[in-house]
Structure formats: C-alpha cells, structure tokens
Ligand binder design. Sequence first.
Ligand code: BES
Ligand code: MN
Length: 446
Amino acid sequence: MRANQLEEYYTFLRFPSISTDRDYADKVAECAHWLVEKLSGIGLETKLVPTPGHPVVWARNEHRSNRRTVMIYGHYDVQPPDPLDLWESPPFEPVLKNGYVFARGATDNKGQIISHIFGIQEALERDGDLPVNVDLVIEGEEEIGSSNLGNFLSQNREALKCDVVVVSDTGMIAPGTPTISYALRGVAALELKVTGPKIDLHSGIYGGAVANPLAAMAKLLASLHDSDGRVAVAGFYDDVKPLEDWEREMWHKLPVDGDAVVLGESGSPELFGEKGYTTLERIWARPTAEINGMGGGYQGQGTKTVLPSYAAAKLTFRLVPNQDGKKVVDLARKHLEKQRPPGVTLEMTSGHAGPWYFTDPHSKFGEAAQRALRKAFDKETALIREGGSIPIVSQFRDILGVETLLIGLALSDCRAHSPNENFPLENLDAGIRMNQAVLQEVSAMS
Ligand code: BES
Ligand code: MN
C-alpha cells in the first residue's frame, strides 16, 4: 500500500460524518465535499447531489456503449461513536496498531468504500481506462435508513442504468476468506411512549393509587417474546420462508464456528435464541424483535422516590424473506395495544424501514464475482446470508432492475457500531485487488 493512501484514508476517517445527529450536518457535508475532490482528482466526472437530507456523491468514468456498466455503492456516513469513554483512542483520530486502523467508520463503510476508490485510481493510472463503465454512488444516509436515496435513483434512472451493483458493506466469514452475502435482513422501527401522570410524582404520596408507566412498559416489552426466545406477536412468523436444506448444509460446511465467534465477540455470558436453529441460522435467516433502548424516571446518581410520568422505548424488527415490514409493524402495534396494562396510555410511532434482500449467488454475475474473489484472495468463496441491513439494496432491484453483489470486507471483530471499530490494512489491500478483479471479470463475462 502506498503511504499517501493511508494518509487519505485517515483524512476520510477524521470527518465525524454522523448522519443521525443534526449537530454534525456540516461535518457530514464537509466529508461529502472531500470525497468529491478526491474522486474528481482521480479523473472521474463527479457531482455532489443535494437531497432533503445529506448529499449523495456520484462519480463516473467516461461511459462507452460497447461495455458493461457497474455501479459501486457505499456510504460515507457513520454511526455515533458513543459510548465515548470506552474508546482506547479518540474515534475521529485514526491510529494504526498492529496492522489495524482504529476509528469510527474504519470498516463501516469508509475503509471498504475507499478500497474501491483506490482500486479504480490505480487502474486508471496504470491503464488509462477501466474495463467497464463505472458509477460510484456514495451516500450520507445509510445509517439512518437511506430515505432520500430512492428518489435519487428514480430521478436519475436512465443515467444510472447498469448491469449490476457492487457493494462492500457486508462481512467476511473469516480473515482471508472471500465472502459473498446473497441475502440481507430487512429492518422496521417502532417507538413506544407509555404515559401515566401528567408530571413525575412523589412515589409515597401517589404510589399504589395510579399506574407506574415504567412498570407498564416493562410488561409490554416482556410480552414481545416467549421464554424460548421466540417472538410472541401473533402472526409474526406467518410469512417467513423456511430455511432450505441446501443452505443449512452449506453453512454447516463453512470454515467458521458460529457459536465460538458470537460468544467471543459479544462477550455475553451465554448464547440465547430461538430453539431449533443454530447461532448462524438465527442471525442470518430468522426474524427478531429487538429493544434498542428504553428510558423514563430517575436515572441519575443515588435514589429518588418518584413515580415517573412516562416511559419510552425504541424497537426494531429484523425481517427475513417473505415478511413485509409494514405488516409486521401493524401486527406489533395490535399486539402491544392488546397487552397495554390498565392506567396508562400508549402512543406508537413508526420509524424507518428497509426490506430484506435475497439473490442468487449462482447467477452469471454471482459466478463472475466468485471468479474475481478467487483471483483476489486465492481461496474459495464462502456463500452466506447477513443479519444486518442495507436498506437501499432492494430498491436497486425495484427501481433500476438490477441485482447486487454483496462482497464485504468487514471482519467479525471489526466492532462496527461499537467502541474501537477497526479495519486491517490487509483488507484495504484486498479490497483494492478485489475491486480490480471484479471489474475485470464483469467485463470479460460472456
Ligand atoms: N454495514 C451495515 C450493514 C451490515 C451489518 C451488513 C452487518 C452486514 C453485516 C450497515 O451500515 C448498517 O449498519 N445498516 C443498518 C441499517 C439500519 C440503520 C436501517 C443496520 O443494519 O442496522
Ligand atoms: Mn455500513
């Protein structure tokens, strides 16, 4: 790897491009502008496309009608770095330790997308051209649901016509093992607010005579699962496509011990989940209901004898084929309304949603990607599903009519969304090779 590549990667990482926090909107924009400069600097025609939210960066080489077109998609926004005190070095001051770069976004998705940019840059410098037409679409709202990117795709449908989309925002099953993810889970968000008294009350003067919203919320949340870890919302599993034997068998042969990895990386005292499924099957092929946060009452130091006025909670559901996000949220609303304890009101607000994705890893593009990965890694490709979500991928199919190759570079210990996120320089290099091999293989396909 060249020294200036590391410097540029660091510069990219120094922007705190936290999309969810309005206070950082200027930093998100600065990051987008930096990308525009970088991409035009390597010879691509580059535009900053404003949206009602954060801008999209769109770059392309000169398109010729006699060759294929590949769209490379990624995101320059990152998750908030909190909790800050658990970082061993500041999240937006990248450092290199034992071959790993530590910073928020080091993997997800700045490290992964910049390896594509470097791959393109090197090929252009070496060959003066790329083997295919390329559109790079790098957005600033992936971590908040990509709600403005669908419009961007619709408005530029003709110009964005392509043969396939390439995304490196997913995982690698093990270091050095190239991985194609042929499915993503979807996601749908729902916020709850349970309200009792109009203000926080003295729990001695009122306790026992009016309902406690936090107790009511605890009951509501506890009603979401049975004791075996299955979601207890009526109808929740109705549309779930059962896992097929070929997938089960294929995953059994993967060179990874899912239990050990998940137990080790999570640090949980033991594994827990729906009966009848392995750890990887639970994550990749089964839907969930997660409580992402809850609050209310007194949370400061010491004690306070208070009966809180309200309790709040944030939920997200992970969705699998063939569930419909809106239907799942409606079922959850009905369930929660039915379970609402007496003495409180319940308000529910739906949040962002993104559908699941499932594609054929043995399509002609899937096979081309496997050949490219074999070239770049000198190893057979693992075919997996993902537990995470990339909301726009299903719209590449719906709006542009194309499939997506998910060839990720995130390791299981990369700490995406957690403190001390990191990315090995080895994967930055692998990403550069992978980018060039994929563009080559797609151009050479019959
Ligand atoms: N890179 C992840 C998606 C991902 C995670 C893929 C793990 C494969 C394995 C992406 O940036 C992400 O975190 N997406 C969010 C989307 C949500 C906010 C709508 C997610 O999955 O929580
Ligand atoms: Mn990501």
